[in-house]
Structure formats: structure tokens, C-alpha cells
Write a protein that binds this ligand. Structure first.
Ligand code: FES
Ligand code: FES
Length: 154
């Protein structure tokens, strides 16, 4: 069995055929060839697959593709505008918050969701928002520093 799903991804409308068991992560990787969203654990633990659905951060590995029928999805590929990085992306790069980079798309999308909702978070609020995003490399300090530095950078 499969079904047709219509959605908007990074500003572009798509209609794709997906299996009933497909997740949003399968849809992005296999139907749309958008590989920037990472598959870290596949079971909702690491946050590497975080994307925005109708402006809210969700884990694409836990979200059924059928759930995003009619939704607006933003992935890491959709953040840059006219070849200019989003301030969150730029600040992660400038402050060395990226090492192996595997966790980075999820970290950036979660940070984006936080800053969209609360443009001036405290350090504790940043830490809390990113608590479900795991990084094995940077030790979190530089990641939290980057989110703190991006506040008001628009
Ligand atoms: S890949 Fe989705 S939470 Fe780890
Ligand atoms: S930069 Fe390597 S897991 Fe975060």
C-alpha cells in the first residue's frame, strides 16, 4: 500500500508517493533526495533529524509521512537565502560549533525553532531547548555560545 502526499518543502510544492510506513525522514531522503537532515539513531533519541513542520521543531524519524500532508516543512537546505547563510548557520561556523557536523543540522533547526519563538533566550533556555540534541564532538559549550551569539543578529 502507498499513498500520495502533497506538501511544501523549503518553499517548493511537492506531491510524492510514499509507503504507509514511511517517515518524514524517508520522504526527505528517498523521495526528495534531501540528505541534509541526518539519520542519527532512527528512534527519536538524538535529534539529528530535527526539521520544522509548520514552524515547530519535530523529529523526522518519528513523524509519519502521512502526518505532513498539506504541511510546510523546512529543512537545513531551506535556511539559506540567496546564497546567504541563515544567521544561525553562519554563527555556528564562525564560532567553531561544528566539528564532525553530524548533529549540526538538527542543532541548527532546533536553535532556529527556539529563536523564532523566543528571540532572546537565556543560556538556560538555550540549554533546555537543545537538551534532546546529542553531540559527541563539541561538548555543547561552543554550540550554546553560538546560539547565544546569534540572538538579535538578524
Ligand atoms: S535520527 Fe531522529 S532522533 Fe535520532
Ligand atoms: S559535531 Fe560531531 S556530533 Fe556534533
Amino acid at each position: 500500500m502507498n499513498q500520495e502526499i502533497s506538501l511544501v518543502v523549503n518553499g517548493t510544492s511537492h506531491t510524492v508517493r510514499v509507503g504507509d510506513h514511511w517517515t518524514l525522514l524517508d520522504l526527505l531522503h528517498d523521495a526528495l533526495d534531501l540528505k541534509g537532515t541526518k539519520d542519527g539513531c532512527g528512534e527519536g533519541v538524538c535529534g539529528a533529524c530535527t526539521v520544522l513542520v509548520n514552524g515547530r521543531a519535530v523529529r523526522a524519524c518519528l513523524t509519519l509521512a502521512a502526518y505532513v500532508q498539506g504541511a510546510e516543512v523546512v529543512t537545513i537546505e531551506g535556511l539559506a537565502r540567496d546564497d546567504e547563510l541563515d544567521p544561525v548557520q553562519r554563527t555556528f561556523l564562525e564560532l567553531g560549533a561544528v566539528q564532525c557536523g553530524y548533529c549540526t543540522p538538527g542543532m541548527i533547526m532546533m536553535s532556529k525553532a527556539l529563536l523564532d519563538e523566543n528571540p532572546n533566550p537565556t543560556r538556560d533556555e538555550v540549554r533546555e531547548a537543545l537538551a534532546g540534541n546529542l553531540c559527541r564532538c563539541s561538548g555543547y559549550t561552543k554550540i550554546i555560545d553560538a546560539v547565544m551569539a546569534v540572538r538579535g543578529a538578524d
